[in-house]
Ligand binder design. Structure first.
Ligand SMILES: Cc1ncc(COP(=O)(O)O)c(C=O)c1O
Length: 400
């Protein structure tokens, strides 16, 4: 009998070889206790967290936690149903209203995850004779949204406006087109030239979706994301976001000004055929988003942290994913997986957790140590982090 697992043999061998060398498994770390958005206990040791998506540090905010506890007491642990049946509670409507206020948009639809928001909106909006034009470095949820639907897929080179323009001009002028972009690309932490990309997309008659998962709460005057920062938010047809990053819980959403948007609640399968978020989750999300509206000081501090870490790592001699800090993500490029894993472990031994990222998540076969900063990292912590990179880098031969 053919073993359906045999296709994974190369990956199993690679993983076993890595673990046989005595390295800790970088993809199986347990957070034994979490003390705050920036500190946890891992392997019994106090560890600074530099590999979470907790950009705005909302997970332990007292108002957010209290809202979750209250909803748990008043509405129970879960809805046990779809949004279109018994799964729409007052809290789901409330968080959708907060999203409309946050983005100053007419419509908001909440999904159970950001992954499902991309899956749902992309597969539902682009049908059989339509085209999806997407950046080749798009997140897996965007690709999976394409795979779930049956539109034609047209990828273009990462962040290349000219390549996007050329692809668009080759498509039939009357065909439906959806251009899918991200504000911040999560592997290298680089920002898209949305202004130019949206201009060429609109000139070609395409609708535009921007996934602002890694910019919500942080980038833009009101934290609405890269489209806000570049002054083009009114030209975006759909913004996709998540509650699992700056908002500090779990869930996903799409906001839009399109007058026909509400029909999606009946036709979008990843919205209809799954249970809605628990009441405690939507209550924490609503409280968190409301507070993010008024977080200019935290945004400014997060930019300071990002600039300081970027400059410090560069000075130490590390190769980084971007020349300048563009977001809260700073990627340190490793020469190969073995060195990356050794450096990852050396950092953990120093008391620092970062993400080890590898293909297929990373572009161009890169191994990355991905650092994501939090608005609650103190200046002292950023200094400590740089000291740990210096020690681990020298111990593993990554820097001299
Ligand atoms: C760009 C992007 N979009 C969507 C998602 C999915 O978000 P969620 O964790 O809510 O499923 C992620 C998560 O990593 C992401 O990076």
């Amino acid at each position: 009998m053919p073993d359906l697992f045999s296709k994974f043999d190369p990956l199993i061998e690679q993983r076993e070889a890595l673990l046989e060398s005595g390295l800790t498994d970088p993809f199986n770390l347990v957070m034994e206790r979490v003390e705050s958005p920036t500190v946890a206990i891992c392997n019994g040791r106090r560890t600074i967290l530099l590999g979470t998506y907790n950009y705005m540090g909302m997970t332990f905010d007292p108002d957010v936690v209290a809202a979750g506890k209250k909803a748990l007491d008043e509405f129970g642990s879960g809805t046990t149903g779809s949004r279109v049946l018994n799964g729409t509670y007052a809290g789901h409507k409330a968080v959708e209203q907060v999203l409309k206020d946050f983005y100053a948009m007419d419509h908001a639809m909440v999904f159970s995850t950001g992954y499902q928001a991309n899956l749902g909106i992309i597969s539902t909006m682009a049908g059989k004779d339509d085209y999806i034009i997407l950046d080749i470095d798009s997140h897996a949820s965007i690709y999976d949204g394409c795979a779930l639907g049956n539109a034609q897929i047209v990828p273009f080179r990462h962040n290349d406006v000219e390549a996007l323009d050329k692809r668009l001009k080759r498509l039939p002028p009357d065909a439906g087109k959806l251009v899918v972009l991200e504000g911040v690309y999560s592997m290298l932490g680089d920002v898209a030239p949305l202004q130019e990309m949206i201009a060429v997309s609109k000139a070609a008659g395409a609708m535009v979706l921007v996934d602002e998962a890694h910019s919500m709460g942080f980038i833009g005057e009101h934290g609405r994301g890269v489209a806000e920062a570049q002054g083009v938010i009114d030209d975006v047809d759909f913004i996709i976001g998540t509650f699992s990053k700056s908002v500090g819980t779990v869930g996903g959403f799409c906001v839009s000004n399109h007058p026909k948007f509400e029909i999606l609640r009946l036709v979008c399968r990843p919205y209809v055929f799954t249970a809605s978020l628990p009441p405690s989750v939507v209550a924490t999300a609503a409280t968190s988003i409301r507070k993010l509206m008024d977080s200019a000081d935290k945004r400014a501090h997060l930019w300071e942290n990002s600039k300081r870490l970027h400059a410090g790592l560069r000075q130490l001699g590390f190769t980084l994913g971007t020349d300048e800090p563009q977001s809260a993500i700073i990627a340190v490029i490793m020469p190969d997986l073995e060195t990356g894993a050794a450096m990852w472990e050396a950092l953990l031994d120093e008391g620092l957790y970062v993400n080890l990222a590898r293909p297929p998540a990373t572009p161009a076969g890169m191994t990355l140590l991905r650092c994501s900063l939090c608005a609650l990292h103190s200046e002292d912590q950023v200094g400590e982090i740089l000291g740990m990179f210096a020690a681990a880098g020298r111990a593993t031969g990554c820097i001299s």
